[in-house]
Design a protein around this ligand. Structure first.
Ligand code: GDG
Length: 516
């Protein structure tokens, strides 16, 4: 899909103005690796977000600001980043963080306060004031790094929960450029958000952005409810799409469900290498229905309850024994945080128990457990080989694994079992089997239903899912976000008479989608 020519949105009748895009995220989109001899390897990142932003950044001569992923930041890091940027075709501006800053800002406040709280798991939060101080200091550091790059005409797009204070810092530093923010994780309901000791500062800081984007209407509504309750001097108008501040400023809100590069996944799942790897996987497990779980190690992903449900299914429906195999890929993550280490032990204990209870002498092992990152083509081979995907987070901003599985299910015969608390459930509810991840028996019966679902029903459901995933891909997501963001400058730029701000159109669509 071609990118929206942003020029038209900032075009006066006489002259075109090219606005540079500055993307800011916790991490730069590159992978740095220090070799045992001390030298550095570096290559550009490759996720869907990077792929979608790449053409915009190249076209506009944009800059990406973020931490390069290494705390011993010497001149060799700058050189490696610069060399990677040359290859990638856009500029990368590294933010230097010490190990101590990384501990308080990333592991501390971001991942021991905001991450659990925003996923409704307040009992996992450590509201340590030292974390908050570090978070504010590091946000300020990012702001200075952005200011070193920014020009008044730039458009600045900030990503995710690590940088919630950035707009306030940038404004204090004198930044006048338009500022937009996208939250990749959920925004919690009021009674959960209220627990945050720094709840007022954080909301006020967010309202320094000109546009705040959420994954779903659920998150947008939660945010609106928080502002209405905690900030009585602000007014929310226009079907929850605009916030009016006492100083006359307007902040726009919108929901923009992130997508994937569906076409790339589809294409790659048809390559001979992937087909051969998927065939080999199936041949190793002949006659078995393959169930697949792929998750970062995270307590929000609901892995232990999923394993309990699988065990319960094997007990309750003995005909599933020797008929199904669960491949569970767990990608190591945040292993400096004790809860994550405990979770790994819990998962491995459960896998051991289940395999111990059910493994049969004929060679059937119910769970194949993979604890490592797999490379992209192997991941796609897993998607392609699996008949059923189990995506059962307790809460998730979107969940891209659900969408990637559908894109790779090119024979249209896969079944997606999806948590109703994943952001993607809003889009995928009509094709997926929706489950409550806390309901072990409900999940077991969905596994049973998926295993014995007639081919015609599987095809019908998977076609719907694939249509939705292809249509709402990551390019459309970038386009609709940027289009909305730039349209927030409506007063400054004349627009065609038939112009419909995309939030209205998108909003109407999502209202219907939710109502359905
Ligand atoms: C946050 C929000 C939101 C996983 N294992 C491997 C691997 N992956 C890739 C998947 C997928 C990505 O990682 C995981 O994305 P998710 O969306 O599932 O989850 P988070 O990492 O928690 O992401 C989430 C997302 O931001 C985007 O806005 O959807 O809700 O929490 O792309 O393919 N990739 C490779 N090897 C692996 O072993 N190569």
């Amino acid at each position: 899909m071609p990118l929206i020519p942003l020029e038209h949105t900032v075009t006066t009748t006489s002259a075109k103005q090219q606005r540079r895009l500055i993307v800011v995220s916790n991490r730069l989109p590159l992978v740095l690796h220090r070799n045992p001899d001390g030298s550095l390897d570096s290559r550009p990142g490759s996720g869907g977000l990077v792929t979608a932003l790449l053409p915009v950044l190249r076209d506009r001569g944009g800059v990406w600001v973020g931490w390069p992923g290494i705390t011993d930041h010497g001149p060799d890091v700058d050189a490696a980043v610069a060399a990677t940027a040359d290859k990638a075709g856009y500029r990368l501006a590294p933010v230097t963080l010490s190990a101590e800053e990384q501990a308080g800002f990333y592991y501390g406040f971001s991942n021991e306060v905001l991450w659990p709280l925003f996923h409704d798991l307040q009992s996992q939060c450590h509201f340590d004031p030292a974390y908050w101080r570090c978070y504010t200091a590091v946000n300020h550091k990012y702001a200075r790094a952005v200011m070193a790059q920014a020009q008044p005409d730039d458009f600045i797009w900030v990503h995710d929960y690590q940088l919630l204070l950035l707009a306030a810092d940038l404004r204090r530093e004198g930044c006048t450029a338009p500022l937009a923010f996208f939250l990749h994780i959920p925004f919690p309901p009021l009674d959960i958000y209220l627990k945050l000791p720094w709840r007022f500062t954080l909301l006020r800081a967010l309202l320094e952005f000109d546009l705040i984007g959420f994954q779903t209407l659920r998150d947008q509504r939660n945010f609106v409810q928080c502002i209405r309750t905690l900030l009585p001097d602000v007014r929310v108008a226009q079907r929850n799409n605009q916030v009016h501040l006492p100083d006359g400023r307007r902040v726009r809100l919108g929901s923009f469900p992130i997508g994937i590069d569906a076409e790339a996944f589809q294409r790659q799942s048809r390559t001979p290498g992937v087909v051969a790897a998927a065939d080999a996987l199936r041949a190793e497990l002949p006659g078995r229905e393959l169930l697949l779980g792929v998750d970062r190690l995270d307590y929000t992903k609901g892995i232990p309850l999923r394993l309990e449900a699988f065990r319960n299914a094997l007990r309750q429906y003995p005909e599933l024994q020797e008929h199904v195999t669960l491949i569970q890929v767990v990608v190591p993550s945040r292993d400096d945080i004790p809860e994550y280490r405990d979770l790994r032990f819990e998962i491995e204990h459960l896998v051991g128990e289940i395999n111990g209870e059910f493994t049969r002498p004929g060679g059937w092992v119910p769970i194949h457990y993979v604890y490592r990152s797999v490379d992209r083509l192997d991941l796609i081979a897993y998607y392609r080989a699996a008949r059923i995907a189990l995506v059962t987070p307790l809460k998730d901003g979107m969940n891209l694994v659900a969408k990637e599985f559908c894109a790779c299910s090119v024979d249209d015969d896969g079944v997606l079992i999806l948590s109703e608390f994943a952001g993607s459930a809003a889009q995928l509810q009509h094709g997926a089997l929706l489950i409550n991840p806390y309901d072990i028996e409900g999940m077991s019966s969905a596994i049973y239903q998926a295993c014995f679902m007639p081919l015609e029903e599987r095809r019908d459901r998977m076609r719907r899912l694939r249509r939705s995933v292809s249509r709402h891909n990551v390019f459309r997501w970038v386009n609709s976000f940027l289009e909305t963001a730039i349209a927030s400058d409506l007063d400054a730029f004349p627009l065609p008479e038939d112009y419909v701000p995309s939030t209205e159109a998108e909003q109407a669509y999502w209202d219907t989608e939710f109502a359905g």
